[in-house]
Ligand binder design. Structure first.
Ligand code: C5P
Length: 293
C-alpha cells in the first residue's frame, strides 16, 4: 500500500476585481470576489527522514527551490523548528502563471498536508498568517469557495455558495507579469475611498452577487492594462460573448479569460468554438483544498 496522502487544490477565478491603492509595503489594496472552480492540481505527500523532496510534472513551473510547495515546506520548518522531512509529488493541471492562483493553491495544499504529516497542530489562523507570507492569494486558497476579500486579498468574508455555475476557461499561451499589471499606467487606480472597509462600487457588486446577477457584477480593473499589452485577449473575450456566454472576464492579472455558460452542455458547445485556444470546461466548487481518501 502506498504511504502517500493525496490532496487536491482548486483553481480560482475573480468574478470582480478592483485595485484601490498602492500601499507603503509595495502591494496594492484590492476588492475582489473569489470563486473556486473544478480545475485542480494534485499533491501527494509522504513522510521522509529529514529531507524535503519535491517533483513537479510541469517544467514551466520553474525550479523546485522556487516552487511555492517547496517554499511552504521550508517556511513551516523554520517557523515551527521542525526537522522532519517530506516526499512530495506535484501533478499540475492548472496552467502556470495564468491568473488562476494555481501555485497559490499548491502552497495552500502543502501547508495543510504538512501541518497534518508533521502533527504541527497549527490553527487555521496560524496557517493563514503563514499563507500570507507565501503570497496574497494563498490565505484564500486554504478555504476556497465563494469569498469577498479586501486588503491584499487576505481579509475575507464568506459569501453564500454560488449555485452550480458552468464556465469555459480560455488559456492563451501568454505570460503576464503580475507586478507589471499592477504597475501599468493604464490601470488607473480606483478613485473611490472605502467606507467601513468597502467602496460603494464593491457594495453594489456584492449586492448584485446576492441577487444572483452574476453577469452584471463582472469587473476587472486590470483588463484595460493587460489588454493594452495583449490586444488578442480583448478579441477572445469578445468571442466568448459572441459564442453565447452571458458574460466574460479576465481572471486576476490574466491571461486566463472565463465565460459564464447556461449549463454544462452549453459550456461544452461554446468550448468547441475555440479549437485554436487551449481551454477547459469547469463548474464552480465550494472548496479550496480537499483531502482524497
Ligand atoms: O502576493 P504575490 O506574491 O502573489 O504578488 C506578486 C506581486 O503582485 C507582488 O510582488 C506585487 O508586485 C503584486 N501585488 C500587488 N498587490 C497585491 C497582490 C500582488 O501589488 N494585492
Amino acid at each position: 500500500m502506498s504511504d502517500f496522502k493525496i490532496y487536491r487544490s482548486y483553481a480560482k477565478i475573480n468574478l470582480y476585481l478592483d485595485v484601490i491603492c498602492r500601499r507603503d509595503d509595495g502591494y496594492h489594496d484590492i476588492e475582489t470576489i473569489f470563486q473556486t472552480v473544478s480545475l485542480s492540481d494534485t499533491l501527494r505527500v509522504r513522510p521522509l527522514d529529514s529531507r524535503i523532496e519535491l517533483t513537479c510534472s510541469a517544467p514551466e513551473a520553474g525550479t523546485i527551490d522556487d516552487n511555492l510547495v517547496y517554499r511552504a515546506a521550508q517556511l513551516l520548518r523554520s517557523e515551527c523548528g521542525c526537522v522532519l522531512g517530506a516526499g512530495m509529488e506535484l501533478e499540475k493541471e492548472i496552467p502556470v502563471a495564468a491568473g488562476l492562483a494555481g501555485g497559490s493553491g499548491d502552497a495552500a495544499a502543502a501547508l495543510i498536508a504538512l501541518n497534518d504529516l508533521w502533527a504541527l497542530d497549527l490553527s487555521e489562523e496560524q496557517l493563514r498568517a503563514l499563507a500570507l507570507q507565501l503570497g496574497s492569494d494563498v490565505p484564500y486558497c486554504l478555504n476556497g469557495g465563494t469569498m469577498a476579500a479586501t486588503g491584499r486579498g487576505e481579509i475575507m468574508e464568506k459569501l453564500s455558495a454560488l449555485p452550480e455555475t458552468w464556465f469555459v476557461l480560455l488559456h492563451p499561451l501568454i505570460r503576464v507579469s503580475t507586478p507589471s499589471a499592477y504597475q501599468h499606467p493604464r490601470l488607473g487606480l480606483s478613485e473611490e475611498s472605502p467606507i467601513d472597509g468597502k467602496t460603494p462600487s464593491f457594495r453594489t457588486a456584492l449586492h448584485d452577487f446576492q441577487s444572483g446577477e452574476l453577469s452584471s457584477l463582472l469587473y476587472n480593473r486590470m483588463e484595460n492594462a493587460v489588454f493594452t499589452m495583449y490586444p488578442e485577449l480583448r478579441e477572445l473575450k469578445k468571442r466568448l460573448v459572441e459564442s453565447g456566454c452571458s458574460g466574460a472576464l479576465m481572471s486576476g492579472s490574466g491571461p486566463t479569460l472565463f465565460g459564464i455558460c447556461a449549463d454544462e452542455e452549453e459550456a461544452e458547445r461554446i468550448a468547441k468554438t475555440f479549437p485554436d485556444v487551449e481551454h477547459s470546461v469547469v463548474r464552480s466548487v465550494d472548496n479550496g483544498v480537499v483531502t482524497m481518501e
